[in-house]
Design a protein around this ligand. Structure first.
Ligand code: SF4
Length: 376
């Protein structure tokens, strides 16, 4: 890439994920708070004066964590623990773990014991989203998280400052939504890999800078309505392995939708920026497509998914399941049956950094691509 390449800032962060966190620490000597997917409101951490940075343990090689946690733990949790044990998370001062399953709760207990100098907080997301008290509960949790983060940075909680952070992040989300639309209309230029670089780097960057970088992208490139790429609906937790985007590009695929936890799913709901920011954050979270670890009435869950797939006009669906994720394993058969009943091609990929082969993954995707019946 040349220095004039507008995609370079995003690619740089993909290549060095702590680059911006390091800069923040060096310039402001501030607090860096890591957070795991899904659904940790970054604006709360930002408003506390901290630098929020997302951590994806899923694609890390595991060598030390198995001494502390059962081998049948998903790569997301196992990888995060290993990153901590191997010193690769030394840059972070604290960690927020969203409580979505037993593995995340176990990680929280282990983290406190193994890293007493790096405070952690378990964000207890409501499990029953349809419960009438879910909204008030979530608002209370968000207030608690804000007070905890401010306790680390030494700033006083300030609703006005949170409202400002909310505005900044909403602007960023709006541009990420536009980027997704651009990928759909010009997938040859705005490839899966480039689109992914925007989403991944957003949660590792100073968000104001990221917003400015995004403005310089080739928004006016022509639409390609004749594209013969196969549009795929992707559902899962994280893009694991990260090579997946490159393989999709190589095999002539694009995204009809990205329903992964921190993908397009995380930005697709337009939040409000007036009124109480805690309420606005809770409303946005409750309107977001429920993550697999939440409890939702099963028929509605499957029908909602099927409706979204049809609306996206995807040629097929990839279910990207982390190996040993009970929640995903529980939901997947119902999703697959529903897709089969509608004759929608689908592929379930169970991935894990511990038993992973790019070649094998590519082979399965090649076969799936052929099934979609379009020219490559
Ligand atoms: S929900 Fe699944 S992928 Fe996410 S942390 Fe739990 S076991 Fe791992």
């Amino acid at each position: 890439m040349t220095s004039g390449d507008p995609w370079k800032p995003f690619q740089d962060i993909i290549n060095d994920q702590w680059q911006e966190a390091r800069r923040f620490k060096e310039s402001a000597a501030g607090v860096v708070i890591g957070h795991l997917a899904p659904d940790v409101p970054e604006e709360i951490l930002h408003a506390s004066g901290a630098f929020p940075v997302s951590i994806e343990g899923a694609s890390s090689a595991v060598s030390m964590a198995q001494a502390h946690i059962p081998g049948y733990t998903c790569s997301h949790v196992m990888g995060t623990l290993d990153l901590g044990l191997s010193g690769k998370l030394d840059i972070i001062d604290a960690l927020v773990i969203p409580y979505v399953c037993d593995s995340t709760r176990n990680l929280s207990h282990l983290w406190k014991r193994l890293f007493p100098d790096k405070p952690s907080e378990l964000l207890r997301l409501p499990k029953r989203l349809e419960f009438e008290g879910a909204r008030d509960y979530l608002i209370t949790e968000y207030r608690r998280l804000y007070e905890w983060a401010c306790g680390l940075t030494g700033n006083l909680p300030d609703t006005e400052r949170l409202a400002e952070s909310l505005k900044l992040y909403e602007k960023s989300r709006a541009l990420l939504r536009r980027a997704f639309l651009k990928h759909r209309s010009s997938p040859d230029v705005w490839t899966v890999t480039l689109l992914r670089s925007l989403f991944v780097s957003a949660s590792r960057s100073d968000r104001s800078k990221h917003l400015e970088w995004m403005k310089a992208l080739p928004w006016d490139c022509p639409e390609n309505t004749e594209s013969d790429l196969a549009a795929v609906y992707l559902k899962g937790k994280v893009w694991d392995p990260p090579q997946l985007s490159g393989i999709m590009d190589e095999l002539g695929m694009c995204l009809a939708e990205d329903e992964t936890a921190a993908g397009h799913r995380a930005v697709m709901v337009e939040g409000v920026t007036n009124g109480d920011p805690f309420e606005a954050l809770a409303d946005r979270s409750l309107a977001t497509i429920p993550y697999t670890g939440y409890h939702v009435e099963p028929t509605g869950l499957v029908n909602g998914f099927l409706e979204r797939v049809k609306k996206s006009q995807a040629s097929g669906v990839i279910l990207l399941n982390p190996k040993f994720c009970e929640a995903a394993a529980f939901d997947t058969p119902d999703f697959v049956n529903a897709l089969k009943n509608e004759s929608i091609p689908n592929l379930v990929l169970e991935t894990s950094a511990r038993s992973f082969s790019v070649g094998q993954l590519k082979l399965r995707l090649e076969a799936f691509r052929e099934m979609l019946g379009m020219e490559m």
